[in-house]
Design a protein around this ligand. Structure first.
Ligand code: IPM
Ligand code: MG
Length: 370
């Protein structure tokens, strides 16, 4: 298979984790006889410094010419004082989501048996957790207009708007039900229907969509209760679907079930078929350049890419298995080491690459004898 992948490493640890992930993808290409071409694009602080804008037009063009996109992370203290459109988080992440219509953000939360001790929650609560948060990513409170300071009753005031077209609610719910059909067939739709009109319409649409998927059960849950249930009994969830801002908050909370934000991968799916994959963590300027970052979130995002965008199930599984094997062997980056000996970002990548090669060698031997 011949494919082009756009790489947007961005700022801080984004560069380190993307570098390591590219090595893994090259190894996959070699083992499975694919050709991956990589198209680099400038985003974030670097792009502001070099081009005067956080998301240059040529970067969007490079993405559009590719079959899938991997993004590292953006932002850092150097640009924190910029006006909001020139801040990497908004100027890149939100702008790119909108420009490419990346409306369905999938954030899987799965615990690794070897990391159960790394979660701040008790083992018996987090073992066997396996759910996915489907966060609406191009509407809701993040994008509603007006969003501005105004004067009301002669007083300095402010307004943000939670806006959805019915079709936007419908398509994200459809995504959630489609995903649930391939999993344990349970959708938890999270809202605040006891207060918000937008949530009441969300519920209405959820019921309508649900009728088209009789094999999937639908449950409604208020967002405050969902925040509590995620800690109390996270195993109950299969697919959680929710509004942009609720999904942002709940996914950071849920990350702690797995032990580290450094483990969480994500996919943002678009209507066009050009999808973006990125770690859930940010640019972590405090540890950037020190080899302390955990590359697993980005590596697992690459596995999601191979499966979702290229249909390469075996290759995706090979990466996931290699990560699992390396973690089982006790190798840890600093975020998971509990003060014990940790390996660097690069070393972690090397270990995973070696595990891939070992596994592949075994497979080849088995094939030769079968
Ligand atoms: C995320 C991040 C972003 C968001 C920020 C950096 C704009 O927190 O991807 O979850 O809120 O969507
Ligand atoms: Mg977030």
């Amino acid at each position: 298979m011949k494919k082009t992948i756009a790489l947007l490493p961005g700022d801080g640890i984004g560069k380190e984790v993307v570098d390591v992930t590219v090595e893994i993808l090259k190894a996959i290409a070699e083992h499975f006889n694919h050709q991956f071409q990589f198209n680099y694009g400038l985003i974030g602080g670097d792009a502001i410094d070099q081009k005067g804008t956080p998301l240059p037009e040529e970067t969007i063009e490079a993405c559009k010419k590719s079959d899938a996109i991997i993004l590292g992370a953006v932002g850092g203290p150097k640009w924190d004082k910029n006006p909001v459109e020139l801040r990497p988080e908004r100027g890149v992440l939100l702008a790119l989501r909108k420009a490419l219509d990346l409306y369905a953000n999938l954030r899987p939360i799965t615990t690794f048996d070897s990391l159960l001790d790394s979660s701040p929650l008790k083992k018996e609560y987090v073992s066997g957790v396996d759910f996915v948060i489907v966060r609406e990513l191009t509407g809701g409170l993040y994008f509603g207009k007006p969003s501005e300071r105004i004067v009301r009753d002669g007083e300095d005031s402010v307004v943000d708007t939670l806006f959805y077209k019915r079709s936007e609610i419908e398509r994200i719910l459809v995504s959630a039900f489609e995903i649930a059909q391939k999993r344990r067939k349970h959708v938890t739709s999270v809202d605040k229907a006891n207060v918000l009109e937008s949530s009441r319409v969300w519920r209405e649409v959820a019921e309508e969509v649900s009728a088209r998927y009789p094999d999937v059960t639908l449950e409604h849950m208020l967002v405050d209760n969902a925040a509590m249930q995620l800690i109390r009994s996270p195993r109950q969830f299969d697919v959680i679907v929710t509004e942009n801002m609720f999904g942002d908050i709940l996914s950071d909370e849920a990350s702690m079930i797995t032990g580290s934000l450094g483990m969480l991968s994500s996919a943002s799916l678009s209507s066009s078929g050009l999808h973006l994959y990125e770690p859930v963590h940010g640019s972590a300027p405090d540890i950037a350049g020190k080899g302390l970052a955990n590359p697993v979130a980005t590596i697992l995002s690459a596995a999601m890419l191979l499966r979702q965008s290229f249909g390469l199930e075996e290759e995706a599984k090979a990466i996931e298995k290699a990560v699992d094997n390396v973690l089982n062997s006790g190798t840890r980056t600093a975020d998971l080491a509990n003060g014990e000996k940790a390996v660097s970002t690069k070393q972690m990548g090397e270990e995973i690459k070696n595990a891939l090669a070992d596994d592949h060698a075994i497979l080849n031997i088995m094939e030769a004898y079968s």
